[in-house]
Design a protein around this ligand. Structure first.
Ligand code: PRP
Ligand code: URA
Length: 209
């Protein structure tokens, strides 16, 4: 069964408070999401494997460590996932970025796919699917299906805020996928919004609506 990690670093929790606040405007919202994405990237990469190399410092030879293992791929779910990409690339600039375009039908709450463009070698990469919101879990589940259908083998899911319903849905459909969050909220409301959540992540990031 997939594991669920909630990153409760004080800086993440502090910034998330301002992200949630409805008084926070688009510019600040975007900056804060970017910063939290960087902090979450720091946490999610804690278990990356290292290998020892020998280098020469100005003083002597030294054994030291560099990243080893699989290369990474970031897969933002369009559109709101885009808001987290640069923040993660700040720490792992060599990651390739693929895009999965999905929107949630406002009546059925089911994801509708409209765009997929992925790195050609996703089967060899460790992929991180990114989306600020995990509500019903429909979008994340569909994005993970899209990746698996095209050969992806190692996938993690990183979201700012999740509802318990979404976490359960992903755990059920993709038990091989670990989930990384900044917060686990209370519930979904009757319109499928996370409570208390932050509202519509895409609209708040891009100033639409
Ligand atoms: C939001 C959000 C997720 C999805 C979550 O996207 O960014 O992708 O809803 O809901 P779910 O877990 O119930 O599927 P939205 O469909 O509003 O599209 P947008 O990113 O283009 O605004
Ligand atoms: N999508 C959002 O942007 N916000 C929610 O609360 C749920 C889905």
């Amino acid at each position: 069964m997939g594991k669920v990690y909630v990153f409760d670093h004080p800086l993440i929790q502090h910034k998330l408070t301002f992200i949630r606040d409805k008084k926070t405007g688009t510019k600040e919202f975007r900056e804060l999401v970017d910063e939290v994405a960087t902090l979450m990237a720091f946490e999610i990469t804690r278990d990356l494997p290292l290998q020892e190399v020998t280098i020469e410092t100005p003083v002597s030879e030294a054994k030291s460590k560099v990243l080893a293992g699989k290369k990474l791929g970031l897969i933002p779910i369009l559109r709101a996932g885009l808001g987290m990409v640069d923040g993660i690339l700040n720490l792992i600039p060599a990651a390739k970025v693929g895009h999965v375009g999905l929107y949630r039908d406002p009546d059925t709450l089911k994801p509708v796919e409209y765009y997929v463009k992925l790195p050609s070698d996703i089967e060899e990469r460790e992929l991180i699917v990114i989306d600020p919101m995990l509500a019903t879990g429909g979008s994340a589940n569909e994005a993970i299906h899209v990746l698996k259908k095209r050969g992806a083998r190692q996938i993690r899911l990183m979201c700012l805020i999740a509802a318990p319903e979404g976490v359960e849905a992903v755990k059920k459909e993709h038990p091989d996928v670990d989930i990384y969050l900044a917060a686990m909220d209370e519930k979904l409301n009757e319109k499928g919004y996370i409570v208390p959540g932050l509202g519509d992540a895409g609209d708040r990031l891009f100033g639409t609506k």
